[in-house]
Design a protein around this ligand. Structure first.
Ligand code: AHR
Length: 467
């Protein structure tokens, strides 16, 4: 049967394509394919659509009709969306070959079987059908293998539940006895406190047989981003982060969470929209430290002081909170005034520089220094000495951290008071990480308790200081 024969034997469908659209399921009535006599081939001829543009040409224009009429419910009702036109048998065979592969049905379309094709074309079709059978069986085998693999995976220990509070989704439990790998992103080594914190984490990792990947960001937040991304790429089991500043962490922590790597914050808090991006924060209460420093100074000066405030790194939690806490602490003392405030970036050298500058301006009036950390206070002591004044006597100095060199300065009479801020966070950080990996619930913050030390006790306690 050629194309012309198909045209003449096919019943003409009188409705337009638009009408067919409303007739959603079939362009050709199903009845047309429900032959009671399978030998009656004429019943299988689909009705061609009318050319809606030019009804006169109501001949076969299947490609022009926007509706795809392919499948009427079961194989016996199958109809192709394009009517084959075997004008050129090799081309027809070629197109049929691809149609078979692209159809959902597994059989040769019925009407093909009634088209007298030359032997080579028939062979091509038979080959196509055989290949499709093989292809189908290979697919079945792959699917079966996939199902078996899935079943195997589901037998492994499942991710611990109940980590709602613990931040990042808990990673799969590490097989017992396997060495943990942990990344530690440290801000830098700007202060004695920071060095002590790094040592604490490193010592604790060594004690626990943890493979610690330590990264010193040298005071740059972008280096911390790079370090965390690298930890993620290396597939560490957990990350300990001492963040430089509060903001900007969302994306990199989202990446860690997506990789199911728990993040433990130590020392400084962060400001993120979603606090599930980290498991927990272990830190001192910096506001309270500032308040304690203010209260001690108020007592020492009888509530009268012209204060120079040496601030920490702009944007860092301890700089913001210690400032706020101190301001709160001196609120009730109208004669305690901050006459100048400037950042010394938590460093001895910068603390000295800033103090030198401010002494030139306010040397005549200043009688107290409040430094956000001991190292800046130690720098200020050098500047005060260089200016010919007696630190600890002419100018009362209070700072925060409680590092050993501050105790030495107190014993020498140069520094008056330090508010402790404990940097020995290694043990707590790894305990928290272990819990997080196990899926245990963690508090969002664990506050480390601090104490005030001044010259009156310095000599007695200096020997027992661990950092
Ligand atoms: O975040 C803790 C602070 O950072 C310490 O007070 C300071 O010394 C450090 O650099």
């Amino acid at each position: 049967m050629n194309a012309d024969a198909m045209q003449t034997t096919a019943p003409i469908q009188t409705s337009s394509c638009a009408a067919h659209r409303s007739h959603k399921s079939h362009l050709y009535p199903i009845d047309a394919f429900d032959s009671p006599h399978p030998s009656d081939n004429s019943r299988f001829q689909p009705s061609p659509p009318i050319n809606p543009v030019n009804p006169d040409k109501s001949a076969l224009l299947p490609d022009k009709c926007p509706i795809n009429f392919r499948y009427a419910g079961d194989k016996s009702r199958y109809t192709p969306d394009k009517i084959p036109v075997p004008r050129f048998p090799p081309l027809f065979a070629f197109s049929a070959f691809f149609r078979i592969f692209s159809d959902e049905t597994f059989e040769l379309p019925r009407h093909f079987r009634h088209i007298p094709l030359p032997m080579p074309a028939r062979r091509v079709l038979t080959l196509a059908r055989t290949m499709k059978t093989i292809f189908f069986r290979v697919q079945l085998l792959i699917a079966a293998a996939g199902l078996m693999a899935l079943a195997g995976c589901s037998k492994q220990p499942s991710t611990p539940a109940g980590n709602t509070d613990g931040g990042a989704a808990a990673p799969a439990a590490k097989p017992a006895g396997k060495k943990l790998t942990v990344g530690f992103s440290q801000v830098g080594a700007e202060s004695d406190w920071r060095v002590a914190e790094s040592k604490s984490v490193k010592d604790e990792a060594a004690k626990r047989g943890i493979d610690l990947k330590f990264s010193d960001a040298q005071g740059k937040q972008e280096n911390q981003f790079k370090a965390i991304s690298s930890f993620i790429a290396q597939g560490v089991d957990g990350i300990i982060l001492a963040p430089k500043v509060e903001t900007g962490w969302d994306q990199v922590l989202k990446d860690a969470k997506a990789a199911k790597i728990p993040v433990i914050l130590v020392d400084r808090g962060i400001d993120v929209k979603d606090d599930s991006l980290y498991a927990t924060l272990i830190a001192s209460d910096f506001v309270s430290e500032g308040r304690m420093a203010a209260e001690w100074l108020a007592k020492k000066t009888g509530g009268k002081a012209n204060i120079i405030e040496l601030e920490g790194t702009p944007g860092a939690a301890p700089a913001k909170d210690r400032k706020a806490g101190f301001a709160e602490g001196i609120k009730g003392y109208p004669d305690m005034k901050i006459i100048a405030a400037q950042s010394g970036d938590f460093e001895t050298g910068k603390g000295k520089e800033v103090m030198e500058t401010l002494l030139q301006k306010f040397g005549g009036t200043v009688n107290a220094v409040y430094a956000h950390n001991d190292n800046m206070a130690l720098g200020a002591i050098e500047a005060i000495k260089a200016a010919g004044k007696k630190p600890g006597v002419d100018i009362t100095i209070v700072s925060i951290d409680g590092v050993k060199s501050a105790f030495t300065a107190m014993v020498a009479g140069d520094l008056n008071c330090t508010v402790e801020c404990n940097p020995l966070l290694g043990q707590m950080a790894f305990d928290a990480l272990d819990k997080s990996i196990k899926g245990d619930k963690l508090p969002k913050k664990t506050v480390v308790q601090d104490k005030v030390y001044d010259q009156t006790v310095a000599k007695d306690v200096i020997g027992s200081r661990q950092y």
